[in-house]
Design a protein around this ligand. Sequence first.
Ligand SMILES: NC(=O)c1ccc[n+]([C@@H]2O[C@H](COP(=O)([O-])OP(=O)(O)OC[C@H]3O[C@@H](n4cnc5c(N)ncnc54)[C@H](OP(=O)(O)O)[C@@H]3O)[C@@H](O)[C@H]2O)c1
Length: 126
Amino acid sequence: MKIYKEKYGPWALVTGASTGIGKAIAYELASHGLNIVAVARRQPLLNELQQKLTNKYGIEVRIICADLASAESTQLLEQMTQALEIGLIVPNAGVGMTGKFIDSNIEDNNQLLHLNMQSPIDIFPK
Ligand SMILES: NC(=O)c1ccc[n+]([C@@H]2O[C@H](COP(=O)([O-])OP(=O)(O)OC[C@H]3O[C@@H](n4cnc5c(N)ncnc54)[C@H](OP(=O)(O)O)[C@@H]3O)[C@@H](O)[C@H]2O)c1
């Protein structure tokens, strides 16, 4: 896929960038020269990503440690991104749930709903 820095840049925000698909997307976007805002909970993994992307592609990387299953994360993201011109958002962070629904608890279900459904909406600028 062709990603144009002029169209989507200068900043892209990727949630769930610490591992897996989100990390791969962060690498791909950085390889096209976009600066990255990387969001996830695990700071050491985000620090490592920041260092590697900066060294390899000479771009800027901001990291935000946030639990997107919690409503408070919305305000933190707003505060930390308001000065940045973000042209591309990849709301990738998410989890699945296995097992019987009847055995699950309401708190876990509410967190899953917030992470998978509410946070992708909340991270878009108002
Ligand atoms: N892999 C598949 O086959 C597949 C299939 C269908 C859908 N998906 C969806 O695709 C997305 C990525 O999948 P993946 O396989 O790359 O998953 P993964 O390796 O488990 O990565 C999930 C990412 O989301 C972050 N994350 C999880 N909970 C979070 C929270 N509460 N707050 C902030 N960040 C959180 C994790 O970082 P931290 O733990 O550091 O926070 C991690 O960076 C997910 O939404 C998944 O549901 C994947």
